[in-house]
Design a protein around this ligand. Structure first.
Ligand SMILES: Cc1cc2nc3c(=O)[nH]c(=O)nc-3n(C[C@H](O)[C@H](O)[C@H](O)COP(=O)(O)O)c2cc1C
Length: 373
């Protein structure tokens, strides 16, 4: 006879795990609200003053691939901070060139600069790295300034949203609002357009290619944080909430599924099916390009992306990066075939209006864990 665990595991692998959107109260897994900002900021090392802790807390809320949080900050002096790439947090299988790592550091430093400004600290951002594998990437020089009126709530409330994108084109006014800081490096392809159809196909196809790569899937597994103990211990990676596996299904996964189970064919196929479904939804696609491929270009593009993402909630627009077509050779070859070699897409984002904007849930390491003084 099947025991309870084996039964539930069987039911899950029969294919009901990844698509849930309902929520269930209780037994709910760790989310951001379990680590309130005031507590996070106040519990940090006394060697950093409260303003520095506040700034670094907000910087650390930046997005990153697999929520790997690949940043480290070395406090050189009270007014000079070195932002380093944390080599242990690289994603060598899907991001061998550290392209996404540089974009994530760009997002980190944008948050840092905005949070500093709001706290009366001006920042001079100097990109030091010449190669995306360099350890020392950005020096931030700080000076006293008049506080800006940038609302820090935007940083606290930004999140990735994959489910619930409505099938409605994004208005010209909203695209204009979002593109303010990106100018002619942002392209919108409305649902229903030929280009959107092409992107949808490429997104699903390249996801499929990646899901079939054992090395890439193993790398994903390394960042899954399904049980509360792992989530608490690491405070990074992908929790069930972060993956939007909610309600009863989320509970089942937390109780009965091991990250390693994601190597199995059934889970890979469920992932592909979910992506195929999501890719049909929403208002279309945004692409953010850069003028070149230098480290400075990538950092700048990460900053612009973040500046845009911080506005998405006010426009009620969900943003879902779908990066596999920029990670897989097949996707890159297709893009080069269409656009030639002087075109540098850095973000491919599925976007859509949301009925209700969910709260941020992904976990972050405390400041002390990524700063050395
Ligand atoms: C460079 C980059 C690439 C990303 N690629 C993907 C992706 O392919 N699929 C996805 O679901 N999320 C992707 N994300 C979103 C991250 O998974 C997300 O930022 C992270 O889990 C933290 O969650 P949050 O954005 O809600 O804070 C990407 C984020 C960045 C910065």
């Amino acid at each position: 006879m099947l025991n309870r665990r084996a039964f539930i595991k069987g039911a899950l692998s029969a294919g009901f795990v990844l698509g849930s959107a309902a929520t269930l109260n209780g037994c709910s897994g760790l989310t951001r609200k379990d680590f309130p900002a005031f507590q996070e900021i106040n519990s940090q090392k006394a060697t950093l003053d409260k303003t520095a802790r506040t700034i670094l807390y907000h910087a650390g809320l930046a997005p990153s691939g697999h929520n790997s949080q690949p940043w480290h900050v070395r406090i050189e002096s009270s007014d000079s901070w070195m932002i380093e790439a944390d080599a242990k947090r690289r994603l060598p299988c899907v991001d061998s060139q550290n392209r996404e790592l540089m974009l994530s550091l760009g997002a980190f430093v944008e948050n840092l600069s905005l949070a500093a400004g709001a706290n009366g600290v001006g920042t001079d951002i100097q990109v030091i790295a010449r190669d995306p594998h360099d350890r020392n990437v950005i020096r931030v020089v700080l000076h006293k300034d008049r506080p800006s009126d940038y609302p820090l709530q935007r940083i606290k409330k930004r999140r990735t949203v994959k489910h619930g994108h409505l099938p409605k084109e994004i208005s010209a006014a909203d695209i204009k609002g979002l593109s303010e800081r990106i100018g002619n490096h942002l392209f919108y392809f409305p649902r229903g357009s030929n280009h959107a159809a092409c992107m949808r196909e490429a997104a699903v196809e390249n996801y499929r290619v990646q899901a079939r790569r054992d090395d890439a899937q193993q790398e994903l597994v390394r960042w899954l944080r399904f049980n509360t103990r792992d989530a608490k211990q690491h405070r990074d990676g992908l929790t069930t909430h972060g993956m939007e596996i909610l309600g009863f299904k989320g509970w089942m996964v937390r109780q009965f599924i091991q990250p390693e189970d994601f190597m199995k064919e059934t889970y890979r196929q469920q992932g592909i099916d979910l992506i195929a479904q999501l890719a049909q939804e929403g208002g279309g696609w945004l692409v953010i390009t850069s003028p070149g491929q230098t480290v400075a270009n990538l950092i700048d593009t990460g900053r612009r992306f973040e500046r845009m993402a911080l506005l998405a909630r006010e426009h009620r627009i969900g943003i879902h990066p779908m990066t596999q077509m920029l990670e897989e050779k097949s996707g890159l070859a297709q893009i080069a075939g269409f656009h030639g070699s002087g075109f540098f897409p850095q973000f491919v984002l599925r976007v859509g209006y949301l009925e209700k904007y969910p709260e941020p849930v992904s976990l972050r390491r405390p400041v002390d864990w990524f700063v050395t003084t």
